[in-house]
Design a protein around this ligand. Sequence first.
Ligand SMILES: [Zn+2]
Length: 105
Amino acid sequence: MNIQLIQASLTKKLRHLEERLAHVQKDMSKSHSADSSEQAVERENDEVLEGIGQETQSAIQDIRAALVKIDEGSYGNCSECGEAINPERLEALPETGHCVSCAAA
Ligand SMILES: [Zn+2]
């Protein structure tokens, strides 16, 4: 497992997500039109944007936590039980902080 590669790819992913979040927040803060039928559509859009925003925020948190663990040298260990996380799982989901059994619990 190459920690430096993982760190680089997580950092890249984090930047990307932060940009997306900034876009979503900008879209949501746009002023709404006076037309009431358009307002309904805009409200629906806001809900979609809000969902995307929340997902993005939680993904950002996961990645930040993973980067902290890399710094601390505890990356690859489950934050719940401390066991080593399956390398295949880490490869598929590098930002995960939990082993399969703790993630399922
Ligand atoms: Zn665990």
